[in-house]
Design a protein around this ligand. Structure first.
Ligand SMILES: Cc1cc2nc3c(=O)[nH]c(=O)nc-3n(C[C@H](O)[C@H](O)[C@H](O)COP(=O)(O)OP(=O)(O)OC[C@H]3O[C@@H](n4cnc5c(N)ncnc54)[C@H](O)[C@@H]3O)c2cc1C
Length: 446
């Protein structure tokens, strides 16, 4: 009898958000869950690839999502529940080139010159935090900094390159709402690192490095039993007072009581048979952009363009396009935060949106990644209205895009969607995790 009383929930997408939602629903014992994932593997952009390294054989590496901040407590607890853990390490960056080079461990001449503006920036962030939230959301940081007469060197060669480490796109950093920038630097619960009045990014900043993500998410999927279907693309979701009808490519429609869309907003909107005007507005307001990610072993490229020897302890390198300072290239030394990549083989790098030519014979993998923009439009036209489509018409929306597109937000979004349908939040006993969850729930579910 109890089995019959279980609510049937379809989760569309088996990335971090979808798997967190499905795990939370199924552990509550009150739901019968079915996860539909169109790819052959679970994890979504939290992917791990096997790559043949010259002289070192096959190596596995997280080639998209790879690290986070110490505030990612829900992610940490989810990983621990499946026998994995973070590795915490000091964050080392090398920003800019030539005379505009700076890092977070030394007082370079450039950063010494930027110090008065760094201090002024801190005061500005405090002001932004006190301003009405809507104003701070409506104004991109670039407009605020221009009005405040911050120099091009501060904007394009100091602040935006640092932000681009987290948003993985240089051009986009300048469009991030001022309020969001203030939160990233100053908010107790969501800041990525402490504010340093000397070097902006403190010398003791830490980054948490994720374990083999394919392994973790395969374990989550295995724990869910046979309810995770890969190679299953959802093409249409029709909702009525009686229930939800989910159609997969090549299969007959299946009936459910509720659906959680844990795929991108554009895919959710595309699959909805009858989106309401507000669903169209909210989901249609998420802007996506593409970035090219090149994984390579071209150490000369890094040396040539950054003047930093790859054997230093730097993990991140950025540089501005000489002809357009707004365009920022980000490179990562993958071995620096994937300890298992260190060893016999060559140094492995990933360059996002390369400005120069990486030697073709040193390229291991090229990917185009599509990700949501953290623009003012996103925060003005999507976020304030998102709560009005959550839990309505038997539907919830989860995914990193629902807040700031971090792995933590993806995991929390899944747990919040599951809670919205009646599954208890699993990490209620952990104050730090709970704080992240409540912050998200207030912003996204109202
Ligand atoms: C290149 C890249 C690097 C990133 N790096 C980091 C990082 O280092 N740290 C960090 O915190 N965040 C990072 N992020 C942010 C990232 O988006 C989140 O970390 C998080 O993993 C996203 O999870 P998700 O479940 O919301 O979405 P996804 O991982 O995109 O999962 C959505 C899933 O839905 C599936 N799907 C889509 N449509 C359908 C359909 N119609 N039917 C069935 N299945 C469907 C997709 O195949 C996919 O598996 C990165 C993002 C990108 C793009």
């Amino acid at each position: 009898m109890r089995e019959l009383a279980k609510k049937r929930v379809c989760v569309v997408g088996a990335g971090a958000a979808g798997l967190a939602a499905a795990w939370s629903l199924s552990r509550s014992g009150r739901f019968e869950v079915s996860v539909q994932e169109e790819a052959e593997l679970v994890g979504g952009v939290a992917s791990t690839v096997s790559i043949a390294l010259p002289t070192a054989g096959i190596t596995r590496m997280n080639d998209q999502v790879r690290c986070g901040a110490p505030t990612f407590r829900n992610t940490e607890l989810l990983f621990e529940a499946f026998g994995s853990s973070f590795t915490s390490m000091p964050l080392r960056v090398s920003i800019g080139t030539g005379e505009a080079r700076w890092n977070n461990t030394q007082a370079t001449p450039f950063i010494l010159r930027m110090r008065p503006e760094i201090r002024r920036f801190r005061r500005l962030l405090e002001l932004i935090r006190r301003a009405p939230a809507r104003l701070g959301v409506a104004l991109p940081i670039e407009s605020v900094l221009r009005v405040g007469r911050f120099s091009e060197d501060f904007r394009h060669r100091t602040l935006y390159p640092l932000m681009s480490l987290f948003f993985a796109s240089g051009v986009d950093s300048m469009r991030v709402p001022a309020t969001v920038v203030a939160a990233l630097f100053l908010d107790e619960d969501s800041r990525l690192f402490d504010f340093d009045a000397g070097t902006l990014l403190p010398p003791f900043a830490t980054v948490v490095v994720f374990p083999d993500l394919a392994e973790v998410y395969a374990r989550v999927a295995a724990a869910l039993g046979g309810c995770v279907h890969t190679g299953a693309s959802v093409t249409s979701v029709a909702r009525s007072a009686r229930g939800v009808s989910v159609k997969r490519h090549g299969s007959a429609p299946e009936a459910f009581d509720a659906v959680i869309f844990a795929c991108s907003a554009e895919r959710a909107l595309g699959a909805l048979a009858d989106p309401s005007p507000i669903e169209r507005l909210v989901l249609g307001s998420v802007e996506y952009q593409e970035a090219v990610l090149v994984t390579h072993v071209d150490a000369d490229y890094i040396r040539r363009h950054h003047g930093v020897a790859p054997d230093s302890d730097v993990q991140y390198y950025t540089r501005n396009d000489p002809s357009d300072p707004a365009r920022i290239e980000v490179s990562m030394h993958l071995g620096r935060f994937q300890p298992w990549l260190r060893g016999e083989g060559p140094d492995v790098f990933q360059t996002i949106e390369p400005i120069g030519a990486i030697s073709a014979d040193k390229i291991l993998l090229t990917r185009r990644a599509r990700h949501p923009r953290n623009s003012t439009r996103h925060f003005l036209r999507m976020l304030p209205w998102l709560r009005f489509i959550q839990g309505r018409r038997r539907t919830c929306f989860a995914g990193g895009y629902t807040l700031m597109n971090t792995h933590e937000h993806a995991v929390v979004s899944g747990l919040a969607a599951a809670e919205r349908l009646g599954a208890p939040y699993p990490f209620a006993d952990d104050p730090a995790a709970r704080a992240q969850f409540e912050l998200y729930r207030r912003a996204v579910h109202g």
